[in-house]
Design a protein around this ligand. Structure first.
Ligand SMILES: Nc1ncnc2c1ncn2[C@@H]1O[C@H](COP(=O)(O)OP(=O)(O)OP(=O)(O)O)[C@@H](O)[C@H]1O
Length: 261
């Protein structure tokens, strides 16, 4: 059964000494599905991400990618199997051009880092251009990343993440620091690309407009436990969610999202 799911997580738990950061979390993620992981500060979102990509070993539980157990594997192995991640803080090389950043990612994916960079200038250039076209950055291919606007840098990061041909993309607050219009555009672009390619996405996000507009499903964590999980309209209507999360200051304006997924 779990072979059909991109990800099957069962009984996932993490204790830091006496602190139970994540307790008995279960969820599945289907190809092309976008799942938002939300919850107040300290709920255990980062800990979940860090277990999924192998940075922290779980205290207990199982994480299967198309049926293959990831627990016990190193981050690099997990990345190779197709678990990509984008970070809250942008992680491109500022002195290199947009094109070179994507080429570097492709070279790394194809395991050719031993090729000396100055002589590797032509490697995967066409593939890199195609990825830049996909994210709408081809016109800026020869600009150094250091001069890009923040929203454009996030697009380059998306292209870099796609260079690894991920099956699962973990996105840590993908729209943090962006203007509201840019947030919606970046998430729409991401949603279009991942649905077309059958990539599953798990993302954390503090902006409830982004969450309720773009997630197919939402999972709510509170003190390490899943307190609600379902379609956006189900989660929004859940009294426990309203008490533990939406009631903490985050405002969701329903009237703006009549057509949401
Ligand atoms: N390295 C660590 N050592 C000890 N305790 C930790 C560690 N990392 C996180 N914690 C604790 O585990 C719990 C979950 O933290 P985590 O960072 O996963 O939550 P979060 O939902 O990502 O929060 P935020 O939204 O603030 O990033 C918190 O109580 C936190 O203090």
């Amino acid at each position: 059964m779990s072979q059909n799911q991109t990800l099957s997580v069962r009984g996932l738990s993490k204790n830091y000494g006496g602190v139970a950061a994540v307790t008995n979390v279960d969820f599945d993620l289907a190809p092309g599905e976008i799942l938002a992981l939300i919850g107040p500060n300290g709920a255990g979102k980062s800990t979940c991400f860090n277990m999924l990509n192998g940075q922290f070993p779980p205290t207990a539980g199982s994480i299967k990618l198309f049926g293959e157990e990831l627990v016990g594997k190193k981050p690099r192995e997990i990345w190779r199997l197709g678990v990509g991640r984008t970070f809250q803080i942008t992680a491109t090389f500022g002195s290199m051009t947009v094109l070179e950043n994507v080429q570097m990612a492709l070279i790394s994916f194809h395991n050719r880092l031993r090729a000396l960079w100055p002589f590797a200038g032509g490697l995967y250039q066409d593939e890199a251009f195609q990825l830049l076209e996909l994210v709408g950055m081809e016109a800026q291919a020869s600009r150094p990343c250091s001069v890009l606007a923040y929203g454009d840098l996030k697009r380059v990061e998306l292209a870099v993440a796609l260079a690894n041909a991920p099956k699962l993309l973990l996105m840590d607050e993908p729209t943090a620091g962006m203007a509201p219009k840019e947030r919606i555009e970046l998430m729409q672009l991401t949603a279009d690309i991942v649905r077309e390619r059958g990539i599953s996405v798990l993302f954390t996000e503090h902006d409830m407009d982004v969450v309720f507009t773009h997630a197919n499903r939402i999972m709510v964590l509170s003190r390490g436990h899943v307190v609600a999980e379902g379609k956006p309209q189900e989660v929004r209507a859940n009294p426990e969610v309203q008490a533990t999360y939406l009631g903490t200051g985050a405002v969701y304006d329903d009237s703006k999202h009549k057509g949401a997924a």
